[in-house]
Design a protein. Structure first.
Length: 153
């Protein structure tokens, strides 16, 4: 009776891990997003999402976001402000609970001009009213919606 559409967002061989991500904004209140590579061994290949990545053993969240942003876009900005943490439960597929900590970072025009992409296929500065035009990873979309809600309160 009902036709079900199963969208396979990631390969189950991908191992969930604690991670960090950055809600990077400009003075124009645009969000910097990464177009993720179209490779099967990452979560949500070919989607758009926040820059960030896994927290390495012995690393704090602040150290991890600093390292990830340096590796991914050459950004050395120490004005990270904790924004929120999302808990993800992978027990139903044999995993564990992991978290994704989000930091807000306001970057200057100078920092915008110095971005050097080294991970992902491209990046874009996206205003809130255009986010609906992009296929964004669900966990990052939630954090971005929460961010935009927090600045309009």
């Amino acid at each position: 009776m009902f036709k079900h559409l199963y969208l396979k967002p990631f390969d189950r061989a991908v191992k969930p891990a604690n991670a960090v991500a950055a809600v990077i904004t400009t003075n124009k209140n645009e969000i910097l997003l990464q177009h993720r590579d179209a490779i099967p061994n990452i979560f949500y290949p070919n989607y758009w999402g926040c820059f960030g990545g896994a927290v390495e053993i012995g690393e704090t969240d602040e150290e991890a976001i600093s390292r990830e942003l340096w590796e991914e876009i050459g950004l050395k900005n120490s004005s990270y402000k904790y924004f929120t943490r999302v808990s993800l439960d992978f027990y139903p597929i044999g995993g564990k609970n992991v978290y994704r900590t989000y930091f807000h970072i306001l970057i200057s025009e100078k920092e915008v001009s110095q971005i050097k992409l080294s991970e992902g296929s491209e990046y874009a500065f996206i205003p809130e009213n255009k986010m609906r035009d992009f296929l964004i990873t669900p966990y990052d979309k939630f954090a971005l919606d929460l961010y935009f809600s927090s600045i309009t309160l």
